[in-house]
Structure formats: structure tokens, C-alpha cells
Design a protein around this ligand. Structure first.
Ligand SMILES: [Zn+2]
Length: 329
């Protein structure tokens, strides 16, 4: 575990860091920035393990004493810095876990590496305290700041750090990962990868949690019912939407992909581009009873609802309006 060759995507960052290792141009501070689930911690751990590896190559060797100690979770010279009292990292956390510690030479290995989780939650005082360390770091000191929004750092911190910004993976990278590593069937991998937006952590969470599948089943049910019910039931349907208020963008995305699939299946029949592969029979049946024009209108009204809700429009009115438009008059 924790070798560069196992990391999926992020090749530009990995090449950059391996080059820095080869040319002995390691900075004292890095910001690893990316949204939740993108693999910041995996990348920081792999970097720390490689830098401490006794073989001193551009990837961890996995068999030296340093690599083995790292994998056991007790590496004395790789320190995970976390908030201790509150949700934010306070000045005391930085003082006790970094400032007072970094002056003590490495216990046994080449570097002393600090990995600060949620570093963008550092208070102003904490950032100022860290700045002192960043201004005069010891030769052996390396700090990785993990963040999901590097704009929260003071400009003085930013100017002293190299920024490694994680990019979303491609649909195929996520799909491959789910098939090979999580070992789920192809059609499921395709479904999850379509919704994970290039985020492996998010995709993995979806496979482990039934919420997504429940939402999808609900959406399929709604899409099935909408043209069979009267207006009173339609307003009842809106009330069911309220249960998904916190996940409404995701629910609407599922709705959108459902109509997208209807369009594709109407044009091409059963085909490999369908996202909801396991629902082909239902799709074929629904596609039979709806015109191209109607599908286009439905896609538009879902997009409009998504847009309005992202701008904090009234939830009930927006969903009601969307359902009225989805229903054939
Ligand atoms: Zn090693």
C-alpha cells in the first residue's frame, strides 16, 4: 500500500514530485488541494513514505524498515497533525504538534514530515504561528497541508508553499477502479462513475452506501407514475421530494440521466451508452410512449429546476413547476 504506482490519476503531480525527488528539489511546504474524496491523504501518505524510504528511489520500496514501519502506522518521523479541541485547527495545535516538535531532530530517518489534515480550517492565529515555522524550517522539515479550499490560507502562507492541485479523474478511470478494485459488475460501475464526477472517494462511498440506489429507485418510480396520476397526486409527489431536500441536486441529476437514457434508447434501441443499464426493459417501455419533443422538454425543465434551486429558489414551487412540466397535459 501507499506506492505511486497504485495511485489512479494525478499523474502530473506524481511526475512533478518524482522529478523533484530525483533532482533533490523538495520544498519545505506543500499544499495538497482538492475536494473531499479526491485522494489528498493517500497522495500525502505516499509522498511521505517515499521520501523516508531507505532505498531513496522515486517510489516507496515496501520492504525497507522505514516502509514497513510506515505501513504499520507507527512511523516516528511522519506526524499526522489534527485539531484536538474544536473542529478548527487552533494555535495550540500548531504550537504543540508542529512548532515545539520540529526543532527536535528526526528520530531515525532522513526527514521529519508533518501532514496537516483539514489545514484550511486553521484559525488566523494558527496560520500566523505556522508562518514562523515556514519562514525558517529546519533542513529536515517538510509540511504537507491538506485542504479543500486553499483560498482560505493567508497570502503569506500561500507564498511559502508549493501548491499541488488535484484534478478530477476521467469517467473511465473511475469506472476501471470500481471494476478492478471494488470488484462490482460493469453496469454498476458505469452507473456510479457517471455520478461520481471524477471523484474516486465519492464513487466508493456510493458503492458502500445504499442512499444512492434508494434515490434512484425512487426517481424511476416517479418517472413511471408521473403520466398516470392526477393533479392531486402530483402535489403529493412534491411532498415526497421534500424528503430528499438535502440531496436534491443529486436526485435531479438522476432524473436528468433517466430522460437522457430515454432519448438514447428511443434513437438507438438498446445500446452501450445507457447509464441505467440494469433498467433497459423499463426504459424501452417508457420510451415507446413518449415523443422526442416531450423528452427534450422534460430535460429542459429538470435543468431549469436544478439551476433555480442552486440559486435558492423556493423548493416547493420549483419542484411543483417541474413536475407539472414533466407531466403530459
Ligand atoms: Zn522503502
Amino acid at each position: 500500500m501507499y506506492t505511486f504506482k497504485e495511485i489512479i490519476g494525478h499523474q502530473d503531480i506524481i511526475h512533478h514530485m518524482q522529478n523533484s525527488i530525483t533532482h533533490k528539489k523538495i520544498s519545505h511546504a506543500y499544499i495538497i488541494d482538492g475536494e473531499e474524496g479526491m485522494g489528498k491523504k493517500t497522495l500525502a501518505f505516499t509522498l511521505a513514505k517515499t521520501l523516508q524510504c531507505m532505498e531513496a528511489g522515486i517510489d516507496s520500496c515496501n520492504h525497507c524498515i522505514s516502509c514497513q514501519t510506515f505501513d504499520s502506522g507507527n512511523h516516528p518521523d511522519v506526524i499526522l497533525v489534527q485539531a484536538t479541541k474544536r473542529k478548527t485547527i487552533g494555535v495550540d495545535d500548531i504550537r504543540t504538534q508542529i512548532q515545539q516538535d520540529i526543532d527536535i531532530k528526526p528520530y531515525q530517518y532522513r526527514y521529519k514530515i508533518y501532514i496537516v489534515e483539514n489545514a484550511d480550517t486553521m484559525t488566523l492565529q494558527a496560520q500566523n504561528a505556522l508562518l514562523k515555522t515556514l519562514e525558517e524550517p529546519p533542513d529536515y522539515g517538510i509540511i504537507f497541508l491538506l485542504s479543500s479550499n486553499y483560498n482560505r490560507f493567508l497570502p503569506t502562507i500561500l507564498s511559502r508553499c508549493a501548491i499541488l492541485k488535484l484534478k478530477s479523474l476521467s469517467f473511465h478511470q473511475v469506472q476501471d477502479y470500481l471494476i478492478k478494485k471494488v470488484q462490482i459488475p460493469d453496469y454498476q460501475a458505469k452507473l456510479y462513475a457517471s455520478f461520481a464526477q471524477g471523484n474516486i472517494g465519492k464513487a466508493q462511498e456510493m458503492t458502500a452506501d445504499s442512499t444512492f440506489i434508494m434515490m434512484r429507485d425512487q426517481v424511476i418510480q416517479w418517472a413511471n407514475q408521473i403520466n398516470k396520476i392526477d393533479l392531486v397526486s402530483l402535489f403529493e409527489m412534491e411532498k415526497e421530494f421534500e424528503k430528499y431536500k438535502d440531496n436534491i441536486q443529486e436526485v435531479l441529476d438522476i432524473f436528468y440521466t433517466w430522460y437522457r437514457d430515454l432519448l438514447l434508447i428511443k434513437q438507438l434501441g438498446e445500446n452501450p451508452y445507457i447509464i441505467h443499464q440494469d433498467q433497459v426493459k423499463i426504459l424501452l417501455k417508457q420510451a415507446h410512449g413518449i415523443s422526442y419533443n416531450r423528452i427534450g422538454q422534460c430535460l429542459d425543465s429538470i435543468m431549469m429546476a436544478k439551476d433555480q434551486l442552486s440559486k435558492n429558489a423556493n423548493f416547493q414551487l420549483t419542484i411543483e413547476m417541474m413536475l407539472l412540466k414533466l407531466k403530459e397535459s
